[in-house]
Design a protein. Structure first.
Lengths: 294, 336
């Protein structure tokens, strides 16, 4: 299946392991990913709040680029998903706004017809690739692992931009996937909450307490690791975890996996191929539980 | 139809039950979360019953010691806001059948708020925040008020209808993730009210308001989680109003804060290279001369470098970056 692919800035910046892992699982999933190398940053919500028209235009350009490739636009970042969904909704629901954006990007040789559907890889797994294909690709069952899902705000809220009213099952895909891979999903309240990353630069300690609390709750409920479809959540939960532990004065030490890394392990790829050795919090303990080594 | 309700119980006057444990509810602050135990009740009610029907039935016919606050039963007065299955809702607007999960529905006060008793949260922090934003029109002084009514164009008030719909139930604050870790945060309802007055053409002190709302604890302390938008029973969408206030504050010149520096650094990076430069974003947002806070970020930076998560030192532009520059030149506004 051919899809336009938007990796986002973070998977090519501070979370390079995500980009590697996402590309590594494309083949077992039967995905031909056509990367949009000339698309701009979505603005991560920051540009949307300060200048909605600018964010409409930048994201309109990306949506037009995907439209030209035909088919859906696949993201691997909850934040990119949320922002692109929001602006797609704004453009599809208001013809005059779409016209304005087309005037801006038209000068650059693009036109958006309003037909692109933006889908996170997590959604595509269930809605396009299909459970049977995933099952067929599984080589290693992750039996014995207790995994806490962590969605990231932008893939859950607001529901109307993200199609969750028509497809409420999207709120359960991570739990379903964890079960499908043979592991056990940990039920805890933090799964749908905020990692604190948007506040990191404004109010560092509170941001770290927020993310740290969710890790602590998951750990209290027996989680060996957290899995997230959002690299920005990963930056706060993994990258800042030692600092969060200091703020909370508690031991954390819970590894955070990117969604494609978890899938890759089940597909028989080695932890090294998935760059599980490039995390701040060591992944060794969790991997040893399924007899894998970094 | 048979329903099971688990009621989170707490009586500050005495440790009436040995099974009451401090901090069993998430999210923390655990050390502040009131001790509670969960008591189960079975009720037989019609299929269309709401959570409040069950609570009233429990109080009237099973256990008069259960404390619950309610009045209108029509989602207008806002007094029955509580946590139902871990999120805030009006008990009178929430159908039991829809909330029943694994055969039961759990109700309690949110752990981020003080408790008077059982399901009655102490709304003092809510009203303090409400008053802190001065939710009333402030006229020009010392001019005497005009001898006729203030005339406002319809269009100006239509813009504010969404915020005027607020019934002060507190659902947004009860689910606010920033407030859960930062009691100084003004919170979604107060800031939505703040926008309602700052954007009212009759208010004469808009600029002063924007200055106050830009201070620590104000508009920049929101973590953008959209919980308030999801939980508001009246469609006020508090976060959207906070974002409007941020734009108004920046446009009015209140730019000496991490929030504005962050937006500027973000826009600058996208304008010049088409993508985010993570290496410079954090120090630029914190402020280069803010040595104390810069130092705080160092341990994490070292950890990330050691793990091989350093963004490329030479920040490359995306191919076709000129297009992005052209778009900024055309609609970039302040970021041109």
């Amino acid at each position: 299946m051919k899809v336009a692919f938007w990796p986002g800035c973070v998977s090519k910046g501070a979370c390079p392991e995500l980009y590697v892992a996402a590309n590594a699982i494309a083949e077992p999933l039967g995905l031909e990913m056509l990367e949009l190398t000339e698309a701009p940053c979505t603005g991560a919500g920051v540009l949307s709040e300060q200048n909605p028209e600018l964010a409409d235009s930048l994201n309109g350009l990306t949506l037009a680029m995907a439209e030209a490739k035909g088919g859906a636009l696949m993201t691997i970042c909850s934040t990119c998903q949320g922002v692109l969904s929001k602006h797609n909704h704004r453009l599809k629901s208001d013809p005059s706004r779409l016209e304005k954006v087309n005037a801006t990007i038209g000068d650059q040789g693009f036109r958006y017809g309003g037909t692109t559907e933006v889908k996170h890889m997590l959604w595509m797994l269930f809605e396009d690739i299909g459970i049977d294909r995933i099952k067929a690709a599984i080589k290693v069952k992750l039996t014995g692992l207790k995994i806490a899902p962590f969605y990231g705000c932008y893939i859950l809220r607001p529901a109307e931009y993200l199609g969750l009213i028509e497809r409420p099952e999207r709120k359960t895909y991570l739990e379903q996937l964890i079960g499908l891979l043979g592991a056990e999903a940990v039920e805890y309240s933090g799964a749908t909450k905020c990692c604190g990353f948007p506040m990191l630069t404004f109010n560092r300690d509170k941001s770290l307490a927020m993310g740290g609390n969710h890790i602590l709750e998951a750990k209290d409920k027996g989680a060996d690791l957290l899995v997230t479809p959002c690299p920005l959540c990963h930056l706060n939960l993994d990258g800042q975890q030692p600092d969060a532990a200091r703020v909370l004065k508690k031991r954390l030490d819970v590894p955070i996996f990117h969604l494609p890394q978890l899938l890759g392990l089940a597909f028989g790829l080695s932890p090294k191929e998935l760059r599980l050795d490039h995390h701040v919090v060591p992944t060794r303990g969790a991997l040893e539980k399924v007899e894998l080594k970094v | 139809m048979k329903f099971t309700i688990e009621v989170g119980r707490y009586n500050p006057e005495g440790n009436y039950d040995a099974s009451a444990v401090a901090g069993t509810a998430y999210p923390p602050p655990w050390d502040k979360a009131p001790p509670r135990r969960y008591q189960s009740y079975n009720v037989d009610l019609p299929e269309h019953a709401v959570v409040l029907d069950a609570l009233i039935a429990i109080r009237e016919y099973q256990d008069e010691s259960v404390a619950v606050r309610c009045a209108c039963r029509s989602a207008i007065c806002g007094s029955c806001a509580m946590w139902i299955n871990g999120h805030s809702h009006l008990a009178c607007k929430s159908k039991l059948a829809e909330f029943t999960k694994n055969g039961k529905t759990r109700v309690e006060t949110p752990p981020s708020m003080p408790v008077i008793r059982d399901l009655v949260a102490d709304m003092t922090p809510f009203w303090q925040k409400h008053l802190a934003v001065k939710p009333w029109l402030q006229g020009k002084k010392p001019e005497p008020p005009p001898m006729e009514e203030y005339r406002v164009p319809n269009s100006a008030m239509e813009e504010l209808i969404q915020e005027v719909s607020c019934i002060s139930c507190g659902c947004c604050l009860m689910d606010c993730e920033s407030f859960a870790v930062n009691e100084n945060f003004l919170g979604p309802h107060a800031l939505a009210k703040a926008y309602r007055y700052a954007a009212d053409p009759r208010d004469a002190l808009t600029k002063e308001r924007l200055g106050e709302y830009s201070a620590p604890g104000g508009i920049w302390d929101c973590t953008h989680c959209y919980e308030c938008v999801t939980q508001c029973p009246k469609g006020v969408a508090p976060l959207e109003q906070i974002l409007k206030l941020r734009k108004m504050a920046v446009d009015a010149g209140f730019t000496h804060n991490a929030g504005t520096r962050h937006a500027d650094a973000f826009a600058d990076s996208v304008k010049h290279s088409g993508r985010l430069n993570e290496l410079t974003l954090l120090p630029k947002s914190v402020g280069f001369f803010n040595i104390v806070d810069q130092l705080k970020t160092l341990p994490s930076a070292f950890n990330m470098i050691r793990a091989g998560k350093l963004p490329p030192i030479i920040h490359k532009s995306i191919p076709g970056v000129q297009r992005i520059k052209n778009i900024f030149a055309r609609v970039g506004g302040r970021f041109k």
